[in-house]
Design a protein around this ligand. Structure first.
Ligand code: ADP
Ligand code: ADP
Ligand code: ZN
Ligand code: ZN
Length: 751
C-alpha cells in the first residue's frame, strides 16, 4: 500500500494550488486561523473525492441511489482510502433513536435479557421498543403520550353551570356544553372538585344508555350522553390533527399535556418485556442508569453462559465511559445530545468496528470537551490510528496538535489572504516555527488581574432540572461571567434555567440561520436595500435591477451564477454560468457602476474592502459589526449555507451588537476559532461589557476562562456526580480552588 495520500494543485474555495503528501496510517492535524482553508482541503477535497471514487466502483444502478459528488478542483488526488467523516451534525432527530440504539449496546442487552432473564418474553425482538413484539401498546414505544390536561380543562372550584369547563367548545352555554349542565345525573351547581368518584366517573365517561336533552335552533331533542373525556378524545385525540384548522389545533394544544406514558412509565416496553429480570432489574432499569453505573451492574453477572454477552455490553459501555460520556444513560434520546456528544458517540461506534485501512476525518472533536477530557479523546484518535487507519483532524486545541504525527498549518490569513500550506512537519517543529499557530503554541495563558465589579445580580434559584441539585446562584450583571465544568456537569442546563428565568436575554447559539439558499452576509446583516438604493440613485435605474433575486438576475442561471447539470448516472457537474460568468446579474446591470464598481463587484468585496467603499453611515455601522466579530474575510456575496457553526454564531452576534443593558448568552463562542482569533473574540466580549451589557459564556477554552471577571464552575464530575456549583469567584481565586478540574488545568496553563 502506498505510504501517502497525495494531492496536487488543489483549488477549492480559497486554496491556491495546494500540494500535499499526507502520511497514511498516521494522525495528521490540520490547523490555521479560521477561514484559512482547512475544511477546503480536508472536507471539500479529500473527503469528497474519496467518496466519489468509492461511488464509482458501484454499478450505475446503485450509484443512482447514492448522494452525488462532483470532482473537486484539483490537478491530481491519488492513493485515497475510503473516508468516514465523523462530524458534529445532529445525530438524528426521531424519538426512537437513543444512545442505546445508536451505539448498538441496546441490541446486546436485548439478547442478554431474552436468553438469561426470567421469565423470558421470547426472542430478542420481544425487548425492542421499535418492534410491535416489544413495544408498549399504549404509547407505541415512545414512552410518552399526549393526553388532555384535566387540570386545565376543569376548574375544580366552579360548578358546571358556572364555568367549570374551561375548554371553550364544551363550555356552559354552548350547544355541546349543554350535555353537562342539563344531565339529570349531575348537580349543575355543585363545584366539580367536590364530586364523588361516581359523579366524576359519570361526568368523564357517562354510562351506557344514559340520555340527555339539549336545546338547539329548531327545537330540543334527546340524545345519548357522552362523557367529557370520551368526547374530547373522540373529537380531538383520535383524529388526525392535520385535518383540523390551525385555529382549532392551536386551541386544542393549549389543553393538552405531554407526559410520561402511564402504561409503561416511560419504559417504552410492554408488560411481558418489563417482567423479565436479571438480578432484580428489568431492561428499562438498566437503560435508565448512567453508563458508568451500568458497567458495574453488568460486571456482577456471574452466570457462566450469560457472561460473554454481558462482557460484550461492558466493552462497549467502557468505550463510552472512556471518552467522558459515562454520565449519559442508554435511554437518552439522541435528539437531545449536543453536537460534540453525538460526534464522540459516533467515534465509539467506529472504535468497535473491525474495519482497517480507512481514512477517518474529524471536525474539531474537542468542541464541548473540558481540557480534562481532551486527553481521553486523544487516546481514542490514537487507537483508531493504531488499528491501521489514517486519521485526519481539523483542530485548534494545542493538546491535540501535540499528539499528532504530522501537522499541516494553513494560512497565513483567512479567505483570499489564506489558502496556502504555511508549515508541514511535527508538532515540535511547529512550536519552533514563526506561523501564527507556532507563536500561539509557545505562549502561556494570561490571567486577568483587574476584574470588573458587578453592577447587580440576576438569580437562578433552586434549580433542579436534569442533574442540578437545588442550585441557587447569582449571575453578576455588568461583567463577563464564564460558566465552566466538565462535560455533563450541568452547564447547559444551568444556563437554560438562567435564560428561562430572565426571558429578555439574547441567546446567540450555533443553530442554523433558517433562511433561503440565496442568503448572503450582505442580506443577513441587512445592507442590501441601502446598497440597491445607492446604485439606483447614482445610475437612475430601478432598485430591483440591482438584485439577483429580482429583475436584475441573469436570465440563463436565474441569478445563481452557476448551472447545475444532473447527468443521471454520471457525476453531476456544476459549471459557472457562461452568460454572466458567475456574476449572477444581467449585462445591463453590470454596466451600471458606482465609483467604478458594479453591484456584482460589491458582492465580491470583503467587509473590509466594502468599508473603504461605502460612505453611508448605516451600511458602515453594519459592516463594522462584521469586523468586530472577526468575519472580515467573508465576501459579502458568499452563500450563508457555506458557513461553519462558529461563523454562524458570530454573524448572528454581529446583528445583535450595538445594544446596551442587554444580557448576552453564548455557548462556546471559540468553536472554530484558531488560538490567535481568540484574542479578537475576547476584545469583542470586552467591548460588549464595557458598553453596559452583561455577558455569560459557557466555555472550556482556558484563555477565555482566564479572562473572565467571574467564574461559575460546576462539577465535580458529569451526570449524577455533577450538578453542583463547586466554585464561584475570580480567575485568580480559581487557581487555589481544590477538587476542581478547571482549576487544575488553569494552573497548568498559566504556570
Ligand atoms: P477553515 O476550515 O480553515 O476555517 P474554510 O476551508 O472553511 O476555512 O474556508 C476557506 C475560505 O473559503 C474562507 O474564505 C471561506 O469563507 C471560503 N469558503 C468556504 N466554503 C465556501 C463555499 N462553499 N463557497 C465559497 N467560499 C467558501
Ligand atoms: P454540560 O452542559 O455541562 O455538558 P448538561 O447540562 O448538558 O451538561 O447535562 C447535565 C446532565 O443533564 C447530564 O447528566 C445530562 O446527561 C443530563 N441532560 C442534559 N440534557 C438532557 C435531556 N434533554 N434529557 C435528559 N437528560 C439531560
Ligand atoms: Zn408506554
Ligand atoms: Zn448567469
Amino acid at each position: 500500500m502506498p505510504d501517502f495520500i497525495t494531492l496536487t494543485g488543489a483549488r477549492e474555495n480559497n486554496l491556491k494550488d495546494v500540494t500535499l503528501r499526507i502520511p497514511k496510517g498516521r494522525l495528521t492535524v490540520f490547523t490555521g486561523v479560521s477561514g484559512s482553508g482547512k475544511s477546503s482541503v480536508v472536507f471539500d477535497t479529500i473527503a469528497v473525492e474519496s467518496q466519489r471514487q468509492l461511488n464509482e466502483t458501484f454499478t450505475w444502478f446503485v450509484r443512482n441511489r447514492l448522494p452525488k459528488y462532483e470532482r473537486p478542483h484539483a490537478d491530481t488526488l491519488e492513493d485515497l482510502s475510503p473516508a468516514i467523516v465523523v462530524d458534529q451534525r445532529p445525530v438524528g432527530g426521531h424519538s426512537r433513536s437513543t444512545v442505546g440504539t445508536m451505539t448498538d449496546v441496546y441490541s446486546v442487552l436485548r439478547v442478554l435479557f431474552s436468553r438469561h432473564g426470567t421469565p423470558s418474553a421470547g426472542p430478542a425482538t420481544a425487548y425492542s421498543f421499535n418492534d410491535p413484539a416489544g413495544m408498549c401498546p399504549e404509547c407505541d414505544g415512545l414512552g410518552r403520550t399526549v393526553r388532555p390536561d384535566w387540570d386545565r380543562i376543569l376548574d375544580p372550584g366552579r360548578s358546571l353551570a358556572n364555568g367549570a369547563v374551561r375548554f371553550p367548545p364544551f363550555a356552559a352555554g354552548t350547544w355541546q356544553g349543554q350535555a353537562y349542565t342539563n344531565t339529570e345525573e349531575l348537580d349543575p351547581d355543585k363545584p366539580v372538585g367536590t364530586f364523588t368518584a361516581a359523579e366524576r366517573r359519570f361526568l368523564m365517561h357517562g354510562r351506557p344508555g344514559s340520555k340527555v336533552t339539549v336545546n338547539a335552533t329548531g327545537g330540543s331533542w334527546t340524545t345519548e350522553y357522552e362523557g367529557l373525556a370520551d368526547r374530547f378524545e373522540r373529537l380531538y385525540l383520535k383524529r388526525d390533527l392535520s385535518a383540523m384548522s390551525q385555529k382549532t389545533r392551536d386551541l386544542v394544544q393549549e389543553f393538552l399535556s405531554e407526559g410520561t406514558c402511564p402504561a409503561c412509565a416511560g419504559a417504552r416496553l410492554n408488560r411481558a418485556a418489563l417482567a423479565t429480570r436479571i438480578g432484580g432489574r428489568n431492561i428499562a432499569d438498566c437503560t435508565h442508569m448512567q453508563v458508568s453505573d451500568l458497567i458495574g451492574v453488568l460486571k456482577e453477572i456471574d452466570d457462566p453462559v450469560a457472561r460473554p454477552i454481558a462482557g460484550a455490553a461492558v466493552a462497549a459501555l467502557e468505550r463510552i465511559d472512556a471518552i467522558g460520556l459515562g454520565y449519559l444513560s442508554l435511554d437518552r434520546e439522541t435528539s437531545t445530545l449536543s453536537g460534540g456528544e453525538g460526534q464522540r458517540l459516533k467515534t465509539v461506534r467506529h472504535l468497535g468496528s473491525s474495519l482497517t485501512g480507512m481514512t477517518y476525518i474529524f471536525d474539531e472533536p474537542t468542541v464541548g470537551l473540558h481540557p480534562r477530557d481532551v486527553g481521553r479523546l486523544g487516546d481514542l484518535l490514537l487507537r483508531l490510528r493504531d488499528k491501521g487507519n489514517t486519521v485526519l483532524v481539523v483542530e485548534h486545541d494545542p493538546d491535540v496538535i501535540t499528539l499528532a504525527d504530522h501537522v499541516v498549518d494553513m494560512g497565513p490569513g483567512a479567505g483570499a489572504a489564506g489558502g496556502r500550506v504555511v508549515f508541514e512537519g511535527t508538532p515540535a517543529e511547529l512550536a519552533e516555527s514563526g506561523t501564527p499557530t507556532g507563536r500561539c503554541l509557545r505562549r502561556r495563558t494570561a490571567l486577568k488581574e483587574h476584574v470588573r465589579d458587578a453592577t447587580g445580580a440576576l438569580w437562578v434559584k433552586g434549580a433542579d432540572r436534569h442533574n442540578l441539585r437545588d442550585v441557587t446562584v447569582a449571575f453578576p450583571t455588568g461583567v463577563l461571567t464564564v460558566v465552566t465544568g466538565v462535560a455533563g456537569s450541568g452547564k447547559s442546563t444551568l444556563v437554560a434555567e438562567f435564560t428561562a428565568a430572565h426571558p429578555d436575554t439574547v441567546v446567540v447559539d450555533q443553530s442554523s440561520i433558517g433562511i433561503s439558499a440565496r442568503s448572503t452576509p450582505a442580506t443577513y446583516i441587512g445592507i442590501m436595500d441601502t446598497v440597491r438604493k445607492i446604485f439606483a440613485r447614482e445610475t437612475g435605474a430601478e432598485p430591483g435591477f440591482f438584485s439577483f433575486n429580482s429583475t436584475g438576475a441573469c436570465a440563463t442561471c436565474e441569478g445563481r451564477g452557476i448551472i447545475y447539470t444532473d447527468l443521471a448516472f454520471m457525476d453531476p457537474v456544476t459549471t459557472t454560468c457562461h452568460d454572466c460568468e458567475g456574476r449572477r446579474f444581467k449585462d445591463e446591470v453590470l454596466r451600471l457602476t458606482v465609483g467604478g464598481n458594479s453591484v456584482a463587484d460589491v458582492l465580491e468585496m470583503t467587509a473590509d474592502q466594502a468599508l473603504e467603499f461605502f460612505d453611508d453611515s448605516g451600511v458602515r455601522r453594519r459592516l463594522s459589526a462584521l469586523r468586530d466579530v472577526g468575519l472580515t474575510y467573508l465576501t459579502l456575496g458568499q452563500p450563508l449555507s457555506t458557513l461553519s457553526g462558529g461563523e454562524r454564531q458570530r454573524i448572528k452576534l454581529a446583528t445583535r451588537l450595538h445594544r446596551t443593558g442587554a444580557v448576552y448568552v453564548l455557548d462556546e463562542p471559540t468553536t472554530g476559532l484558531h488560538m490567535s482569533d481568540v484574542d479578537g473574540l475576547l476584545g469583542l466580549l470586552d467591548r460588549l461589557v464595557d458598553a453596559g451589557n452583561t455577558v455569560v459564556v459557557v466555555e472550556h477554552n482556558l484563555d477565555v476562562v482566564a479572562h473572565g471577571d467571574r467564574i461559575i464552575d460546576l462539577g465535580p464530575d458529569g451526570g449524577r456526580d455533577g450538578g453542583r456549583v463547586i466554585f464561584e469567584g475570580t480567575p485568580r481565586e480559581l487557581l487555589s480552588a481544590r477538587d476542581s478540574s478547571t482549576a487544575e488545568h488553569l494552573r497548568r496553563a498559566t504556570g
